[in-house]
Design a protein. Structure first.
Ligand code: NAD
Length: 300
Protein backbone atom coordinates (compact mmCIF):
# COMPACT_ATOMS: atom_id res chain seq x y z
CA UNK A 1 0.00 0.00 0.00
CA UNK A 2 1.29 3.42 -0.97
CA UNK A 3 0.15 6.94 -0.11
CA UNK A 4 1.14 10.13 -1.93
CA UNK A 5 1.40 13.24 0.26
CA UNK A 6 0.65 16.11 -2.13
CA UNK A 7 0.62 19.06 0.30
CA UNK A 8 2.63 19.87 3.43
CA UNK A 9 1.60 17.49 6.21
CA UNK A 10 3.00 17.12 9.75
CA UNK A 11 5.96 14.71 9.98
CA UNK A 12 4.28 12.97 12.94
CA UNK A 13 1.38 12.05 10.62
CA UNK A 14 3.75 10.61 8.02
CA UNK A 15 5.47 8.59 10.76
CA UNK A 16 2.12 7.26 12.02
CA UNK A 17 1.20 6.11 8.49
CA UNK A 18 4.62 4.47 7.93
CA UNK A 19 4.39 2.71 11.29
CA UNK A 20 1.10 1.20 10.14
CA UNK A 21 3.01 -0.47 7.29
CA UNK A 22 1.94 1.92 4.52
CA UNK A 23 4.64 3.34 2.24
CA UNK A 24 4.68 7.14 2.35
CA UNK A 25 5.91 9.21 -0.59
CA UNK A 26 6.19 12.84 0.50
CA UNK A 27 5.95 15.32 -2.41
CA UNK A 28 4.48 18.46 -0.84
CA UNK A 29 5.37 20.59 -3.88
CA UNK A 30 4.13 18.18 -6.55
CA UNK A 31 2.95 19.98 -9.71
CA UNK A 32 -0.39 19.21 -11.42
CA UNK A 33 1.55 17.66 -14.35
CA UNK A 34 3.61 15.38 -12.07
CA UNK A 35 0.47 14.40 -10.16
CA UNK A 36 -1.26 13.33 -13.39
CA UNK A 37 1.70 11.16 -14.29
CA UNK A 38 2.35 9.60 -10.88
CA UNK A 39 -1.07 9.09 -9.27
CA UNK A 40 -1.56 5.76 -11.08
CA UNK A 41 0.73 4.03 -8.53
CA UNK A 42 -1.05 5.11 -5.35
CA UNK A 43 -3.73 3.64 -3.08
CA UNK A 44 -4.37 6.91 -1.25
CA UNK A 45 -3.49 10.56 -1.53
CA UNK A 46 -3.31 13.34 1.05
CA UNK A 47 -4.04 16.95 0.08
CA UNK A 48 -4.72 20.25 1.78
CA UNK A 49 -6.19 23.14 -0.24
CA UNK A 50 -3.35 23.58 -2.79
CA UNK A 51 -3.70 20.37 -4.79
CA UNK A 52 -6.75 20.13 -7.05
CA UNK A 53 -8.24 16.68 -7.49
CA UNK A 54 -10.58 16.87 -10.46
CA UNK A 55 -11.72 14.40 -13.13
CA UNK A 56 -8.40 14.17 -15.04
CA UNK A 57 -6.51 13.13 -11.90
CA UNK A 58 -9.28 10.79 -10.75
CA UNK A 59 -9.39 9.12 -14.19
CA UNK A 60 -5.69 8.28 -13.93
CA UNK A 61 -5.97 7.10 -10.31
CA UNK A 62 -6.93 3.53 -11.04
CA UNK A 63 -5.71 2.11 -7.70
CA UNK A 64 -6.92 4.99 -5.53
CA UNK A 65 -9.18 4.09 -2.59
CA UNK A 66 -9.10 7.33 -0.62
CA UNK A 67 -8.49 11.06 -0.98
CA UNK A 68 -7.76 12.49 2.44
CA UNK A 69 -8.10 16.25 2.82
CA UNK A 70 -6.28 17.77 5.78
CA UNK A 71 -8.76 20.52 6.67
CA UNK A 72 -12.44 21.23 6.15
CA UNK A 73 -13.33 22.56 2.68
CA UNK A 74 -13.67 20.01 -0.10
CA UNK A 75 -13.99 22.53 -2.93
CA UNK A 76 -10.61 21.49 -4.39
CA UNK A 77 -11.87 17.93 -4.86
CA UNK A 78 -14.52 16.61 -7.25
CA UNK A 79 -16.19 14.64 -4.45
CA UNK A 80 -19.12 13.39 -6.57
CA UNK A 81 -16.90 12.07 -9.36
CA UNK A 82 -14.52 10.43 -6.88
CA UNK A 83 -17.54 8.76 -5.24
CA UNK A 84 -18.74 7.48 -8.61
CA UNK A 85 -15.36 5.73 -8.97
CA UNK A 86 -15.63 4.18 -5.50
CA UNK A 87 -13.02 6.50 -4.00
CA UNK A 88 -13.70 7.68 -0.43
CA UNK A 89 -13.15 11.37 0.30
CA UNK A 90 -12.33 12.07 3.94
CA UNK A 91 -11.54 15.35 5.73
CA UNK A 92 -10.64 16.49 9.23
CA UNK A 93 -13.69 18.60 10.11
CA UNK A 94 -12.98 19.73 13.67
CA UNK A 95 -9.20 19.94 13.71
CA UNK A 96 -8.96 23.57 12.58
CA UNK A 97 -12.04 25.03 14.29
CA UNK A 98 -10.20 26.74 17.18
CA UNK A 99 -7.46 28.12 14.94
CA UNK A 100 -9.83 29.72 12.43
CA UNK A 101 -12.16 31.03 15.14
CA UNK A 102 -9.25 32.65 16.98
CA UNK A 103 -8.02 34.31 13.78
CA UNK A 104 -11.49 35.75 13.13
CA UNK A 105 -11.64 37.12 16.69
CA UNK A 106 -8.10 38.50 16.28
CA UNK A 107 -9.22 40.31 13.14
CA UNK A 108 -12.24 41.81 14.91
CA UNK A 109 -9.90 43.32 17.51
CA UNK A 110 -7.41 44.43 14.86
CA UNK A 111 -10.14 46.20 12.87
CA UNK A 112 -11.65 47.86 15.93
CA UNK A 113 -8.30 49.25 17.09
CA UNK A 114 -6.42 49.75 13.77
CA UNK A 115 -3.64 47.53 15.10
CA UNK A 116 -2.12 46.87 11.68
CA UNK A 117 -2.28 50.48 10.50
CA UNK A 118 -0.75 51.74 13.77
CA UNK A 119 2.11 49.25 13.47
CA UNK A 120 2.89 50.50 9.97
CA UNK A 121 2.83 54.07 11.25
CA UNK A 122 5.26 53.17 14.06
CA UNK A 123 7.52 51.36 11.57
CA UNK A 124 7.55 54.55 9.52
CA UNK A 125 8.91 56.42 12.54
CA UNK A 126 5.70 58.28 13.35
CA UNK A 127 4.02 58.97 16.68
CA UNK A 128 0.52 59.47 15.23
CA UNK A 129 -1.34 59.38 18.53
CA UNK A 130 -4.09 61.66 17.25
CA UNK A 131 -4.61 59.91 13.90
CA UNK A 132 -5.91 56.64 15.27
CA UNK A 133 -9.19 56.48 17.09
CA UNK A 134 -10.41 53.00 17.93
CA UNK A 135 -13.78 51.60 18.85
CA UNK A 136 -14.79 48.96 21.41
CA UNK A 137 -16.22 45.62 20.41
CA UNK A 138 -18.10 45.19 23.68
CA UNK A 139 -21.78 45.99 23.14
CA UNK A 140 -21.51 45.66 19.35
CA UNK A 141 -23.42 43.18 17.22
CA UNK A 142 -21.57 40.43 15.42
CA UNK A 143 -23.42 38.87 12.47
CA UNK A 144 -22.20 35.42 11.53
CA UNK A 145 -22.98 34.08 8.07
CA UNK A 146 -23.08 30.35 8.67
CA UNK A 147 -23.65 28.79 12.09
CA UNK A 148 -21.50 25.68 11.83
CA UNK A 149 -18.51 24.59 13.91
CA UNK A 150 -16.27 27.62 13.35
CA UNK A 151 -19.07 30.20 13.51
CA UNK A 152 -20.28 28.76 16.83
CA UNK A 153 -16.78 28.91 18.26
CA UNK A 154 -16.46 32.54 17.11
CA UNK A 155 -19.89 33.24 18.58
CA UNK A 156 -18.96 31.73 21.95
CA UNK A 157 -15.78 33.81 22.18
CA UNK A 158 -17.58 36.96 21.01
CA UNK A 159 -20.27 36.43 23.65
CA UNK A 160 -17.57 36.26 26.30
CA UNK A 161 -16.23 39.57 24.99
CA UNK A 162 -19.59 41.25 25.48
CA UNK A 163 -20.79 41.18 21.87
CA UNK A 164 -24.36 40.41 20.86
CA UNK A 165 -24.17 37.55 18.36
CA UNK A 166 -26.65 36.80 15.58
CA UNK A 167 -26.32 34.34 12.71
CA UNK A 168 -27.91 33.46 9.40
CA UNK A 169 -27.84 29.79 8.40
CA UNK A 170 -30.86 28.27 6.64
CA UNK A 171 -29.74 24.79 7.74
CA UNK A 172 -29.39 25.49 11.46
CA UNK A 173 -32.35 26.25 13.76
CA UNK A 174 -30.49 27.12 16.93
CA UNK A 175 -27.01 27.59 18.31
CA UNK A 176 -26.04 28.32 21.92
CA UNK A 177 -25.68 32.03 22.69
CA UNK A 178 -26.49 32.99 19.11
CA UNK A 179 -29.71 34.63 17.93
CA UNK A 180 -30.64 33.02 14.64
CA UNK A 181 -32.13 35.34 12.02
CA UNK A 182 -34.31 34.04 9.23
CA UNK A 183 -33.16 36.42 6.52
CA UNK A 184 -29.81 37.86 5.57
CA UNK A 185 -31.38 41.33 5.42
CA UNK A 186 -32.06 41.21 9.17
CA UNK A 187 -28.36 40.46 9.75
CA UNK A 188 -27.21 43.17 7.34
CA UNK A 189 -29.36 45.83 8.99
CA UNK A 190 -28.14 45.20 12.54
CA UNK A 191 -24.56 43.88 12.42
CA UNK A 192 -21.59 46.08 13.28
CA UNK A 193 -19.26 43.22 12.30
CA UNK A 194 -20.00 40.51 9.73
CA UNK A 195 -17.92 37.34 9.81
CA UNK A 196 -18.15 34.75 7.04
CA UNK A 197 -18.17 31.03 7.92
CA UNK A 198 -19.83 29.30 4.98
CA UNK A 199 -18.43 26.83 2.47
CA UNK A 200 -18.26 27.91 -1.16
CA UNK A 201 -21.38 26.68 -2.98
CA UNK A 202 -23.68 27.97 -5.73
CA UNK A 203 -25.83 29.44 -2.93
CA UNK A 204 -22.99 31.20 -1.16
CA UNK A 205 -21.33 32.52 -4.33
CA UNK A 206 -20.89 36.29 -3.78
CA UNK A 207 -23.40 36.20 -0.92
CA UNK A 208 -21.88 39.58 0.00
CA UNK A 209 -22.44 41.55 -3.19
CA UNK A 210 -23.16 45.20 -4.04
CA UNK A 211 -26.82 44.83 -3.07
CA UNK A 212 -25.85 43.27 0.28
CA UNK A 213 -23.35 46.05 1.06
CA UNK A 214 -26.13 48.60 0.33
CA UNK A 215 -28.26 47.03 3.06
CA UNK A 216 -25.53 47.04 5.73
CA UNK A 217 -25.03 49.61 8.47
CA UNK A 218 -22.66 52.41 7.53
CA UNK A 219 -19.24 51.71 9.02
CA UNK A 220 -19.67 47.93 9.21
CA UNK A 221 -16.54 45.74 9.38
CA UNK A 222 -16.27 42.54 7.33
CA UNK A 223 -14.15 39.49 8.17
CA UNK A 224 -13.71 36.52 5.85
CA UNK A 225 -11.84 33.51 7.22
CA UNK A 226 -14.24 31.16 5.39
CA UNK A 227 -13.94 30.80 1.64
CA UNK A 228 -13.12 33.06 -1.29
CA UNK A 229 -15.86 33.87 -3.83
CA UNK A 230 -18.41 34.23 -1.04
CA UNK A 231 -17.66 37.96 -1.28
CA UNK A 232 -17.80 39.91 -4.54
CA UNK A 233 -14.37 41.51 -4.21
CA UNK A 234 -15.11 44.36 -6.65
CA UNK A 235 -18.24 45.24 -4.68
CA UNK A 236 -16.25 45.10 -1.43
CA UNK A 237 -13.62 47.39 -2.95
CA UNK A 238 -16.32 49.92 -3.89
CA UNK A 239 -17.99 49.67 -0.47
CA UNK A 240 -14.64 50.29 1.24
CA UNK A 241 -13.85 53.23 -1.07
CA UNK A 242 -17.22 54.83 -0.32
CA UNK A 243 -16.77 54.29 3.43
CA UNK A 244 -19.89 52.12 3.72
CA UNK A 245 -17.59 49.34 4.91
CA UNK A 246 -15.11 50.78 7.42
CA UNK A 247 -12.63 47.94 7.17
CA UNK A 248 -12.17 44.36 6.04
CA UNK A 249 -9.98 41.47 7.16
CA UNK A 250 -9.47 38.70 4.65
CA UNK A 251 -7.81 35.30 4.84
CA UNK A 252 -9.39 33.86 1.67
CA UNK A 253 -9.78 35.14 -1.88
CA UNK A 254 -11.57 34.47 -5.16
CA UNK A 255 -8.25 33.56 -6.78
CA UNK A 256 -5.58 31.84 -4.69
CA UNK A 257 -2.71 32.37 -4.45
CA UNK A 258 -3.55 36.06 -4.67
CA UNK A 259 -0.57 38.36 -5.13
CA UNK A 260 -0.88 42.14 -5.61
CA UNK A 261 -4.64 42.09 -4.94
CA UNK A 262 -6.24 45.49 -5.52
CA UNK A 263 -8.00 45.31 -2.12
CA UNK A 264 -4.58 45.65 -0.51
CA UNK A 265 -4.15 49.09 -2.09
CA UNK A 266 -6.67 50.24 0.55
CA UNK A 267 -5.25 50.90 4.00
CA UNK A 268 -8.47 49.76 5.68
CA UNK A 269 -7.89 46.19 4.41
CA UNK A 270 -5.81 43.77 6.48
CA UNK A 271 -5.31 40.10 5.91
CA UNK A 272 -3.37 36.92 5.50
CA UNK A 273 -2.59 34.30 2.83
CA UNK A 274 -5.19 31.62 3.73
CA UNK A 275 -3.57 30.61 7.01
CA UNK A 276 -6.71 30.33 9.11
CA UNK A 277 -5.78 26.81 10.16
CA UNK A 278 -2.08 27.62 10.41
CA UNK A 279 -1.37 27.11 14.09
CA UNK A 280 1.04 24.53 15.49
CA UNK A 281 -1.84 22.94 17.43
CA UNK A 282 -4.22 22.72 14.46
CA UNK A 283 -1.51 21.34 12.20
CA UNK A 284 -0.79 18.61 14.74
CA UNK A 285 -4.50 17.77 15.10
CA UNK A 286 -4.99 17.79 11.32
CA UNK A 287 -1.94 15.51 10.99
CA UNK A 288 -3.24 12.97 13.49
CA UNK A 289 -6.69 12.88 11.85
CA UNK A 290 -5.17 12.62 8.37
CA UNK A 291 -3.06 9.65 9.48
CA UNK A 292 -6.05 7.92 11.09
CA UNK A 293 -8.13 8.47 7.95
CA UNK A 294 -5.42 7.03 5.68
CA UNK A 295 -4.86 4.01 7.92
CA UNK A 296 -8.60 3.31 8.32
CA UNK A 297 -9.22 3.65 4.59
CA UNK A 298 -6.37 1.35 3.55
CA UNK A 299 -6.34 -1.14 6.38
CA UNK A 300 -10.10 -1.64 6.81
P1 NAD B 1 -19.44 23.65 8.98
O1 NAD B 1 -19.84 22.71 7.90
O2 NAD B 1 -19.49 23.19 10.40
O3 NAD B 1 -20.30 24.97 8.88
C1 NAD B 1 -20.66 25.58 7.67
C2 NAD B 1 -22.07 26.14 7.88
O4 NAD B 1 -22.42 26.88 6.72
C3 NAD B 1 -23.12 25.03 8.05
O5 NAD B 1 -23.80 25.18 9.29
C4 NAD B 1 -24.05 25.25 6.88
O6 NAD B 1 -25.40 24.99 7.18
C5 NAD B 1 -23.82 26.72 6.58
N1 NAD B 1 -24.29 27.12 5.27
C6 NAD B 1 -24.25 26.42 4.11
N2 NAD B 1 -24.81 27.15 3.12
C7 NAD B 1 -25.22 28.31 3.68
C8 NAD B 1 -25.87 29.47 3.16
N3 NAD B 1 -26.24 29.56 1.90
N4 NAD B 1 -26.11 30.50 4.01
C9 NAD B 1 -25.76 30.42 5.32
N5 NAD B 1 -25.16 29.34 5.87
C10 NAD B 1 -24.88 28.31 5.05
O7 NAD B 1 -17.98 24.12 8.60
P2 NAD B 1 -16.93 24.86 9.55
O8 NAD B 1 -16.00 23.84 10.11
O9 NAD B 1 -17.61 25.78 10.45
O10 NAD B 1 -16.13 25.67 8.45
C11 NAD B 1 -16.75 26.78 7.78
C12 NAD B 1 -15.94 27.14 6.56
O11 NAD B 1 -14.69 27.68 6.96
C13 NAD B 1 -15.57 25.91 5.72
O12 NAD B 1 -16.53 25.65 4.76
C14 NAD B 1 -14.26 26.26 5.10
O13 NAD B 1 -14.50 26.67 3.79
C15 NAD B 1 -13.76 27.44 5.94
N6 NAD B 1 -12.45 27.14 6.54
C16 NAD B 1 -11.45 28.03 6.32
C17 NAD B 1 -10.19 27.80 6.85
C18 NAD B 1 -9.08 28.79 6.63
O14 NAD B 1 -7.92 28.38 6.64
N7 NAD B 1 -9.36 30.06 6.44
C19 NAD B 1 -9.95 26.64 7.61
C20 NAD B 1 -11.01 25.77 7.85
C21 NAD B 1 -12.26 26.04 7.31
Amino acid sequence: MKVLICDATAQAALDMISEAGIEVVNKPDITPEELLEEIVEYDAMVVRSRTKVRKPVIDKAIKLKAIVRGGVGLDNIDVKYAGSKGIQVLNTPSASTAAVAELAIGYIFALARNIHQMTISMEEGEWAKKSFSGTEISGKTLGLIGAGRIARSVGQKANALGMRVIAYDPYVDEAPGIGMVEALDALFSSADYISMHVPYTKETHNILNAEAFEKMKAGVYVVNCGRGSTIDEDALFDALKSGKVAGAALDVYTEEPSMGHKLYTLEQVIGSPHIGAGTAEAKARVGTEVAKNVINALKA
